[in-house]
Design a protein around this ligand. Structure first.
Ligand SMILES: [Zn+2]
Ligand SMILES: [Zn+2]
Length: 164
């Protein structure tokens, strides 16, 4: 059963967003960290964007609401929010870190041409056995499967160019 906290960014309704922001406030209090207005606005922005934004895309969107905000403030706040686990980092080696408002288990389709990131639900991936990595001195926190390839837009572009 998917709980509401596992929904994707674009599917978050107002009450879910408010619940996330309350959770953020609670975690800040619990850990004795400051819950600044800017951090809250940055969290709201990530919840509003449903395209797994990069830090720069979050900065562009936040700068519309908070003119004059520094890029480093946004970067630091995103790391802070990811540490609190109110958002996650959906990394793909070789491209910029992407931030994900969806914290529950899910996977991604990654386009190698335009770096598009799309949520993928697939029960068989959720049930993968995590190997014992103690020999590597490595502690697993979670995992995501990134299925790589070409998105619909890129496929259409390629087929148009080929038919020219
Ligand atoms: Zn693409
Ligand atoms: Zn995702």
């Amino acid at each position: 059963m998917a709980t509401s906290s596992e929904l994707g960014g674009g599917d978050l309704d107002t009450s879910e967003k408010e619940a996330r922001i309350r959770e953020f406030r609670r975690l800040c209090r619990e850990r004795g960290e400051r819950c600044t207005v800017q951090r809250r606005i940055i969290l709201e922005t990530v919840l509003d964007l449903d395209n797994h934004p990069s830090a720069d895309q979050v900065f562009d969107a936040v700068a519309d609401r908070e003119p004059g905000i520094a890029r480093t403030t946004v970067y630091r706040a995103l790391d802070h929010l990811a540490r609190l686990e109110v958002i996650t980092k959906a990394c793909h080696p070789g491209s910029a870190v992407r931030f994900d408002p969806r914290t529950g288990p899910h996977h991604h389709l990654v386009c190698l041409h335009c770096n598009e990131f799309v949520d993928l639900d697939h029960d068989a991936f959720d049930g993968l056995t995590i190997p014992d990595t103690s020999a590597y001195g490595f502690e697993v926190s979670d995992y995501r499967v990134h299925v790589r390839g070409m998105c619909r837009n890129c496929l259409e572009k390629t087929s148009k160019e080929e038919s020219k």
